[in-house]
Ligand binder design. Structure first.
Ligand code: LLP
Length: 420
């Protein structure tokens, strides 16, 4: 489903013109299509239907309660990386028993909270963490279900900041050491071996790295079955499915399933996936208004009211996000410009040397593919209140997070008594 399309010259999200939303809720504004999000989940779920599987949406990609609720309703589980994300899932009505807990630095409090809520399993990233989880579980008179995140040493051919399965990465336990750690796990009173997990990186646009990584783990999985024949239930293959930002040709859900299924079926385990970007990436845009156009002797800048604090991906990874006018009329003449925000950093840009529609002051622009790793990475840098978020379903829409106010910016801060 392409949720964002021009109708009668106006860019819509499903049945709602973005102009109307910008006028009603102001800019910068994140707008999400529930249809797209549910559709992406549905496509993947359907493509994998001949396998016993569970899709655990990676909450880090977009943790808005409305998004989580829409997915929980559709039947997903969740991949969480903090107590905060688990709290969000619970608030949204998600099922903790369908949650996997990833991340290299889980604290005692977080482990205890996750055990209390009864999550499906912890994806363990190191031996000290395994011991800590066991200890916390034992104190609670429980056994914590775990998988070990195994680093298969595969290069997923993506940006190095989001590539996690190579040998030098901080994530997971190497394939060489994994069996030994599983043997230790089997001896710990507070641990129950439930799965094997991997996650090799993000925005992966080919199937080959997934297939290679799975094949590298097959022998280990058999060995773990030997260690924990009664409790081993799942193989969790992580997330990382790429999307189209510009001209990438990532596999569709069906192509992806076709490539990995033969290897997965033979395992006879329940298969877990942790997609984030694939589900929400192209289901959201950031709508921004042009403040004015600035010309210097060598460049033209389109200065907009959204900045790196609202969407950091271009500044942080040099990511490409398409930028199109909300009104197609503006689209005929083209200019080359940098699209920049008001933040005081040269690194504050949404696009550089970009051919785009010749828009003028006050025009509305849509920064596309902003549904994943957009709002969740927003900050208050330069004391900028964070944007509002709206969810659209057909011709209905609702504010799902109000815009922050300047009061919100200082709430929680106090001036020490000696300065009063
Ligand atoms: N599972 C684990 C253990 C992860 O670390 C991640 C992402 C995912 C699943 C979901 O990956 P996805 O399906 O969304 O590719 N901020 C970066 C992306 C960081 C990804 C971190 N881990 C960006 O904006 O590109």
């Amino acid at each position: 489903m392409n949720a964002f399309q021009y109708r009668r010259g106006e860019l819509h999200c499903e049945g709602v013109p973005l102009r109307r939303l910008a006028e009603e809720f102001g800019t910068p504004l994140y707008v999400y299509s529930q249809g797209h999000i549910a559709g992406q989940y549905g496509d993947l779920h359907k493509a994998l239907r001949s396998l016993d599987h569970l899709i655990c949406f990676a909450v880090k990609a977009n943790s808005n309660l409305a998004v989580l609720r829409a997915l929980a309703e559709a039947g997903t589980g969740f991949d969480i990386v903090s107590g905060g994300e688990l709290y969000r899932v619970a608030q949204a009505g998600g099922d903790p028993r369908k949650c996997v807990f990833s991340g290299v630095g889980k604290t005692r409090d977080e482990i205890e909270y996750a055990l209390k809520l009864g999550i499906y399993m912890f994806n363990v990233e190191s031996e000290p963490e395994l011991r800590r989880i066991s200890e916390v579980a034992r104190c609670m008179g429980r056994r914590a279900p775990i998988a070990i995140r195994v680093n298969p040493g595969v290069d997923p051919d993506t940006h190095h900041y989001i590539s996690t399965g190579k040998h030098e990465s901080k994530f997971g336990i190497s394939l060489r050491e994994a069996l030994d750690v599983y043997r230790q796990a089997a001896r710990l009173d507070g641990i129950k071996i439930r799965g094997v997990q991997m996650h090799i990186g993000s925005q992966i646009t080919k199937t080959a790295p997934f297939v290679l990584a799975i094949r590298k783990l097959l022998r280990l999985i058999e060995q773990v079955r030997g260690i924990a024949p009664r409790t081993l239930q799942s193989f969790d293959m992580g997330g990382g499915l790429g999307i189209r930002y510009r001209d990438e040709r990532p596999p569709t859900a069906v192509e992806f399933a076709r490539a990995v299924m033969p290897h997965l079926k033979a395992m006879g385990l329940r298969i877990l996936l942790e997609p984030g970007r694939f589900i929400v990436g192209n289901g959201g845009v950031l709508v921004t208004r042009v403040v004015h156009i600035k010309r210097t002797p060598v460049k033209r800048f389109v200065i907009v009211d959204a900045a790196m604090n609202d969407l950091i991906r271009p500044s942080l990874y040099g990511s490409y996000h398409e930028i199109i006018p909300v009104t197609a009329k503006a689209a005929r003449r083209k200019i080359t410009a940098d699209v920049v925000g008001p933040v005081c950093e040269s690194g504050d840009f949404l696009a550089q040397e970009r051919r785009l529609a010749a828009v003028g002051e006050n025009a509305l622009l849509a920064v596309m593919s902003a549904g994943a790793y957009g709002m969740v990475m927003a900050s208050n840098y330069n004391a900028r209140p964070r944007p509002a978020e709206v969810m659209v379903k057909g011709s209905r829409y609702e504010l799902v997070r109000r815009r922050e106010s300047v009061k919100d910016l200082v709430s929680g801060e106090t001036i020490p008594s000696w300065l009063m």
